[in-house]
Design a protein around this ligand. Structure first.
Ligand SMILES: [Zn+2]
Length: 263
């Protein structure tokens, strides 16, 4: 089973405010609370942790960056990180703020491409708020892959696996999302890893060829969120999984992995 690894960078480089962290204090381990309040560390920035873990295992994923963040800072503040990711062979995708206007998506894509110094092929709309009619038109602005839909959020579902073809655009429904596991799936932090592996194994046993996982960079330092790093550490022991970044799917499609044609 191909496991497509993706991360949304929902928060600006500056990270959350004190008020924001105070109202969610129980989500953070003691050591991270200390790092936030005493050292003013941005505990929502898990990018480095993910890079180090993935690098150790020789695997690469896709990071979706927003162009404009809620505190009005831009992706520019991440430009050094974006360059480092590019040099290391990770993929940068666009985490579009507006999924209802093709022109807006294109404009953001161009801004991010400048920082990336590369073309962008992959898209995910923030909050998954994409206008479905936009999906088949994404190829006109150079987007080959979209991953802005999750068909079932209440529990793991076969419907949210595999890939769909809308004209030339490959749609990758999100099969597993960290925040859905914590909230809608009702999984306790200490059970996250076990349940994650169980779910992936079930998909594989049912013949799923492609599953897409979304793990937010800001949840890495939260209770339960670190479990992604454990998945990475253990990945080669799960010999039924092949971990890839989004754009690498093209290689496997050339080798015969097929997507369900919708349009
Ligand atoms: Zn988002």
């Amino acid at each position: 089973m191909l496991l497509i690894l993706t991360h949304d960078v929902d928060w600006s480089r500056k990270g959350p405010s004190v008020e924001h962290v105070l109202t969610r204090l129980n989500r953070f381990e003691l050591s991270h609370r200390y790092r936030f309040f005493s050292l003013r560390e941005n505990i929502y920035n898990g990018i480095q942790d993910i890079m180090e873990a993935e690098q150790r295992q020789g695997m690469k994923s896709t990071f979706f960056f927003r162009v404009l963040y809620d505190d009005n800072t831009t992706a520019e503040l991440y430009s050094d990180v974006i360059s480092e990711l590019r040099r290391g062979g990770w993929e940068i995708g666009l985490h579009a703020n507006n999924g209802t206007d093709l022109g807006d998506i294109q404009a953001e894509k161009k801004v991010l491409e400048k920082l990336y110094a590369n073309e962008i092929y992959s898209l995910r709309v923030h909050y998954l708020r994409i206008e479905p009619e936009i999906i088949p038109r994404l190829s006109t602005i150079g987007v080959k892959f979209d991953s802005s839909i999750c068909i079932s959020k209440a529990k793991p579902s076969l419907e949210s696996t595999g890939c769909l073809l809308y004209n030339e655009v490959v749609e990758l429904p999100i099969s597993v999302m960290d925040t859905y596991m914590f909230t809608y799936w009702g999984i306790k932090p200490e059970e996250v890893y076990e349940r994650l592996i169980e779910t992936l194994k079930l998909f594989n046993d049912l013949g799923v060829e492609i599953a897409t996982i979304l793990w937010h960079t800001n949840s890495i330092k939260m209770c339960g969120g670190r479990e992604y790093l454990k998945l990475v550490e253990e990945i080669w022991r799960l010999e039924w999984i092949t971990p890839i970044k989004v754009m690498d799917l093209a290689i496997y499609m050339n080798r015969g992995v097929s997507c369900k044609k919708v349009l």
